[in-house]
Structure formats: C-alpha cells, structure tokens
Design a protein around this ligand. Structure first.
Ligand code: 5AD
Ligand code: SF4
Length: 456
C-alpha cells in the first residue's frame, strides 16, 4: 500500500515539475511515507525524521512531509516532536498532497491533514497517464481500510473502514498501465476477498475476470486474502482465468486454534487446512505463501508447536515470519501473558530455519525444469558491474508464475532480453529464496515498449 501511494505521489510531483534526485541530501522536498504495522517500522521512520533536522539546518527552504500510518496516528504531535516537519498528511490525504504542498510553499506555515472519509476517491489512482517508471509489474489499489479487527493489528485504526473502488475505474487504470507497457498487475487490498461486498459492486473473482480481459496484461496477482472469506468462486478463478498466476498468499498467522481465537481471526486451524486442501485439489500445482506471527500474548510452547506442525503439513513455498509487536491502538497491547523478546526471537529463528529447509527442498526439486520467467531487469549484482561483463555472464532477474525469483544468464539460444520479455529458463540451482538458471528461448509474441537492453 505504501509503495503504491509513494508511486502516486512521485507521479503527481513529476507532474508539478519536481524531479527525483539520488539522495535526500540533494532534495528540496522529502516525503517520509511511514508504516506503523510493527514497532520497528515506526521506529525506523521516526529516527529518520530525527536525522532530517540537520538537513533542514543546512537547507532552510527544504520542505519535509510525513505521510502514511504514523502520520495518520500521531498527527500534529509529530510536528511538536520534530519541528523540522512542514506537512503531516494521513492515509486518506494522498490525493490532497499537491494542495497541501502548494499551501506550505505559499505561506510557509506547517499543515496537518489527517481527515478520514467514508468516500473513496475512485479515480485517485486512475490518473496514471503521468506514470514515470518502466516497471513491468505495477500495484493497483482496489480497496482501502479493513473491518476485521484482528486483535494485534493497527490497520483498521490507521487506514479506516473497508471501502472498495468502483471496478470501472480499476479496469481503466489497468488499461492505462497496459498501454504504457506494464505486463503484470498486482491488485492490492487488506482483504481482497471481501472486495465489493459492502457497496454490492461485484465480487472479487468477477473483478479478476474483468482484469483478465484487458489486452496487454499477461499476469495478474493479488494480495492479501483473509482465509475466512476465501470462496469457492475464487478457487475456480484460478482454474478459469488464464492470466491469474499460480501463487496464492494466504496469511494464517498461527497454527493454534486457541491463538487464532485470541487474535480474532474467525477461523480454526482445521478450517484453514480444509481451504488449502480444496485449493490444491481443484487447482493442482499452485505455490502457497503465508504470514506468521510468533509470540502472540499467551502463546505457549504447545501453541507454537502447532504452528510448526502446520508449516510441516502445508509445506509453503515461502513465509513471512514476524515477532508479535505491541501496537498502541490494537487491543492485544492490553492482553496478559506477554512473551519475552528473547523467547519471541528464539521462536522466530526456529520457524524461519525450519521453513528454509522446506523452501530449499521445493526449489531444488525444480532443478532441470524449464520455467517461463517474466524478465524484470538486470540483476543488481550484474548492473553494478555492467561495463566489465560479457553477455553470457550478465545476470538477469525475473519471476515465475509461482512468484519465485529467478536469476539467470543468457545463452547462445537467447542472446538478448529486455524487461517485459517472457523467456524460458532452464533451472540450474534451487535456493531458499531464489532459483538460478540459463535462458534458452524468448517468447516473441509479446509487444516490446521500453528501450532495448542488451546483455552487455
Ligand atoms: N506484530 C507483529 N506482526 C504483525 N502483523 C500485523 N500486526 C502485527 C503486530 N502487531 C503482521 C501480520 C500481517 C502482516 C502484514 O504483518 O502477519 O499479516
Ligand atoms: Fe490487520 Fe486483520 Fe485487517 Fe489484515 S485482516 S489488515 S491483519 S485487521
């Protein structure tokens, strides 16, 4: 969500004749787009804001803005703590940012806008004519906020009530992105499975079908799903929609029904496992990933063992693991039986270690297979040494439909690629977080738009 909002802000600013610079020390305007999902995310944002005091002393005309969830929650107190800040704008104020900026530029007074509304600016994201990135994959927000109130989570308080954008505007935005060369769309919402329910717009699988019909888009992904609303209709969408990728992110949070109840997740371990089974039986080979919180208040050793056994049972392709973190607005901050930092750390390490072996095993099993990869660009290691590299050694990076990162070299059968190409890659290595391989064939049926990138 933050990444999407940052893209929109940057497109708006370029439209106002701003241009990006390479480091914040060179900037006339700095926007810190913050996250408060865990204490550490907030801490990072706040310490960066602190560091900006010196920058403002060096360049008094510098404008500093704070957006996102910390801004929404803390509002004017951020200016009291950090007088160098000129603009505080909340999660519903992104579209209003140009006006806020204009005001500060004109009268020099600091300004706070944390107004939340029940109305979503349907068009807010759809003005993408000014898109300035050449990413082959782009996010699109389809809804905002959340009504689920998981007891650990701050999102309903800082992002507001759940509200969906009208499908017409979403499809319009997808078309604009397709016309500018985007090949992959990632639909975003806190709980996409309940998309459209409140306003009776259309169901999420119906929206997926509309996006599937847009020419030029080759892949569709979405995040994130709540298991309690995961319908049979969505399972069917994986079978019927050719562009929907073979990957599903389904956050479980815990393998213990007792903890799930305390988290207010509204499903049991058994119900979750039944959904996964049905998905796999119907769709076949589909990659699965999840989010897990360890050390939720009251999580006993047995509860944690149940999470470990769930990992063993499901065999996810990858997981995101987090230590539970108290958030001031979320009810769990008042729960008893808090787990010590040391124990949370121990559980997280054990969890990630265990998953590493599963991911490695699954990725090693792909060695020798030929997979279709959407090329994203030169891999970081390769672009750092671009001048000295031979074409066959240049490293490129992309993803499979199952969302696995593939770092690959070219071969005499496929001597040049560019971002947005689909290539067949023979997998030669399988690791915990990526695959490696060699491109053997380019699929030429896809239109090229951006500039050409040769291996050298
Ligand atoms: N502490 C730790 N992890 C959290 N998440 C959300 N809130 C918290 C919290 N208070 C995790 C959940 C969610 C992911 C985005 O962040 O796993 O799915
Ligand atoms: Fe937070 Fe739960 Fe909503 Fe996800 S579903 S955003 S974890 S309250």
């Amino acid at each position: 969500m933050n990444s999407y909002d940052s893209t929109r802000l940057s497109d708006m600013l370029i439209g106002m004749n701003y241009r990006p610079v390479n480091s914040y020390q060179e900037a006339d305007l700095i926007i810190v787009n913050t996250c408060t999902i865990r204490a550490k995310a907030r801490q990072k944002a706040v310490s960066f804001l602190g560091r900006l005091a010196a920058q403002k002393r060096k360049n008094p005309s510098l404008i500093i803005a704070v957006g996102g969830c910390v801004a929404q929650h803390e509002g004017r107190t951020l200016i009291d703590k950090f007088p160098q800040v000129d603009i505080v704008f909340g999660t519903h104020a992104v579209a209003r940012f140009p006006d806020l900026l204009q005001n500060v530029r004109e009268d020099g007074h600091s300004i706070v806008d944390t107004t939340m509304t029940d109305i979503i600016d349907d068009r807010s994201g759809s003005v993408r004519h000014g898109r300035h990135s050449d990413n082959v994959s782009e996010f699109i927000t389809i809804m905002r906020g959340c009504d689920n109130y998981c007891t650990y989570c701050v999102v309903p308080y800082v992002r507001g009530r759940e509200i969906s954008r009208h499908p017409d505007y979403i499809v319009e935005e997808v078309r604009e992105l397709a016309a500018s060369g985007v090949k992959e769309i990632v639909l975003l919402g806190q709980n996409v499975n309940s998309y459209g329910n409140k306003k009776k717009l259309c169901t999420f699988p119906e929206l997926l079908a509309m996006v599937n019909d847009v020419d030029g888009i080759e892949r569709i992904r979405f995040v994130t799903s709540h298991p309690k609303d995961f319908s049979d209709e969505l399972i069917q969408a994986f079978v019927t929609l050719d562009k929907l990728c073979d990957h599903f992110h389904l956050p479980v949070q815990s393998g213990s029904s007792r903890i799930l109840k305390r988290m207010n997740r509204k499903y049991t371990r058994q119900q979750y496992l039944e959904r996964v089974l049905k998905l796999r039986e119907t769709v076949g080979d589909i990659a699965l990933s999840t989010d897990i919180i360890v050390g939720f208040p009251g999580e006993t050793g047995e509860d944690f063992d149940e999470t470990m056994s769930l990992l063993e049972q499901v065999e996810y392709d990858s997981i995101f693991g987090f230590m539970y973190s108290d958030r001031p607005l979320a009810p769990a901050i008042k729960f008893s039986d808090k787990i010590s930092e040391k124990e949370k750390n121990r559980r997280l390490n054990q969890l990630l270690d265990f998953q590493k072996h599963i991911s490695q095993k699954k990725n090693r099993a792909l060695v020798g297979k030929t997979l279709t990869v959407l090329v994203e660009g030169p891999s970081r290691r390769s672009s750092a040494r671009k001048d000295t590299i031979e074409p066959e050694q240049a490293q490129w990076t992309g993803r499979t439909t199952t969302n696995k990162v593939v770092n690959f070299t070219l071969s005499e059968k496929c001597l040049s690629v560019m971002p947005g190409d689909f290539v067949q890659v023979i997998i030669e290595g399988g690791f915990a977080h990526s695959l490696s391989g060699r491109a053997v064939q380019k699929k030429n049926s896809f239109k090229n738009t951006g500039g050409s990138f040769n291996a050298a």
